[in-house]
Design a protein around this ligand. Sequence first.
Ligand code: ZN
Length: 246
Amino acid sequence: MLVSADTVERMALVSYTRQNRDAQQAGKLVTKGPELERLKRIATRLQAQVGTFRDDAVKWNWQVSLIDAPVQNATCAPGGKITFYTGLVRQLKMTDDEIAIVMGHEIAHALREHGRERVSQAYAQNALTTTALAAAPNSAAQIEAANTVAHYLYMLPNSRQNESEADAMGLELAARAGYRPEASVAVWRKMQAQDKGRQQAQFTSTHPSHQTRITELTAMLPKVTPLYRAAATVPPAAQSSSRRSQ
Ligand SMILES: [Zn+2]
């Protein structure tokens, strides 16, 4: 890949910081309350399992942002910066298990650096330059470059292969954290049901067809169910240490 992981992480952080600041100024950043606490609780349990897939991610400076907007979307930037929108959680009436599945999927994209692939493609096509990526902090050039990076990270669809990988890894992450694997099928069925007869939500416009996903996830359930059962018998507080020793 043409753009280093460090560069992508740095630019993603610039974009994440600005996103949160803009949301705060608009009064849309949720900084306290049960909805944010719930997301943080789920994120903490998932983060305790990332070492299964990637050692250094355990030390990422993980962060969760909740933005109050009628947007059905969630993202995880390289380096562990998670964003959820209230529209996704509220409109789909998501359970904890379903949130864990979607969050796990987004975390998996970050762990596997799928976004970095697309940023590297943008660089290859001269949509980003070394000069722009090295622009001084807070300069107009850096902000523009960060916006471009964010566009390639979040707005463009992933390849089908990357989506399948994120589904499989996200499902395993959630199962290891003690979240019900069947929730994966349930949450995509909810999206499928609500997309009938209405405009596609943002999350689904950057993701492949529900039916393909549901079929693949159903086939994966037998593999991850034992992981879920093993995790579910351990109190959440003891999970990170017991998992890591395996
Ligand atoms: Zn995805």
